[in-house]
Design a protein around this ligand. Structure first.
Ligand SMILES: [Mg+2]
Ligand SMILES: [Zn+2]
Length: 260
């Protein structure tokens, strides 16, 4: 096989968080902020005691009682701005650099589907892993993605690391082997998948958000698991502010590969 035809067989995987990574704001927070008079304290407690999807379900019920329609919620979501350069990044990863693009998010399938549709990005995104949601008579019904108790870095309803690992294994079974994985995120729940990346993979950690603080702690050897073992990130870490930073790094990574 020639070098060129071999190269064309190589596939890469890009996994993205959604809120504050693909879009500039947090979709759930934007929708919650439309509740008249603010979210009541009793509802906020649902998050702490019953988890994120229980909290969001209550928000959707409040909005439904206040008379907000599916159209209102949909229009609010599709108007959310992408992070600067993000549309180009996703399109280039998929069309130019041979990446399968997936999204792993604690938002919900209705929001992400509506938003991707509006930007005509669905053709570039292979899979979306998130809490399933659909409207029933103007009430959005949401369910947890899964219920897990094996990972204490992640919430009960979403272990992004396990989702990523399972997806890679599933692809491998189908004969799709990834040469390289890049992961981009901003939140505390993006640490788990980043810890599961390997040498040669790339972790894109957004500047000024929670994940950056946690990753710095891990790098400084200040974070241990339950059995007192230090957490370790094997992937190369890049800090980013907008998607142009990521695109530039991706181009560099692939230039280096083509040169070698
Ligand atoms: Mg996020
Ligand atoms: Zn996890």
């Amino acid at each position: 096989m020639s070098v060129k035809s071999f190269m064309s067989k190589m596939r890469n995987l890009a996994a993205f968080d959604f809120d504050h990574t693909i879009i500039e704001l947090n979709s759930d927070a934007v929708i919650a902020s439309t509740v008249q008079g603010g979210v009541p304290e009793s509802v906020k407690n649902l998050h702490r005691n019953n988890g994120w999807t229980a909290y969001m379900q209550k928000i959707f019920e409040l909005l439904n009682m206040e008379g907000y329609s599916e159209d209102f919620i949909r229009n609010t979501i599709i108007k959310l701005n992408p992070v600067c350069g993000m549309i180009d990044l996703i399109e280039e990863l998929s069309s130019k650099f041979n990446y399968d693009v997936i999204i792993i998010s604690d938002s919900n399938s209705y929001f992400i589907d509506a938003w991707l549709n509006n930007y005509d990005l669905k053709k570039c995104v292979l899979r979306v892993f998130t809490n399933p949601a659909q409207f029933k008579d103007n009430l959005l019904m949401i369910e947890p993605y899964h219920l897990q108790d094996y990972c204490d870095l992640s919430s009960k309803n979403l272990c992004k690391g396990q989702i990523l690992q399972d997806f890679v294994a599933e692809q491998e079974k189908n004969g799709v082997l990834y040469d390289r994985i890049i992961y981009a995120g901003d939140g505390a729940n993006d640490l788990c998948p980043i810890l599961r990346l390997k040498i040669g993979d790339h972790a894109f950690v957004r500047n000024g958000f929670k994940l950056a603080d946690i990753v710095k702690k891990v790098v400084n050897g200040d974070m241990k698991d339950k059995s007192e073992n230090l957490y370790e990130i094997k992937a190369k870490i890049h800090y980013w502010t907008d998607a142009l930073n990521i695109l530039e790094k991706v181009r560099n990574i692939h230039d280096e590969i083509n040169d070698s």
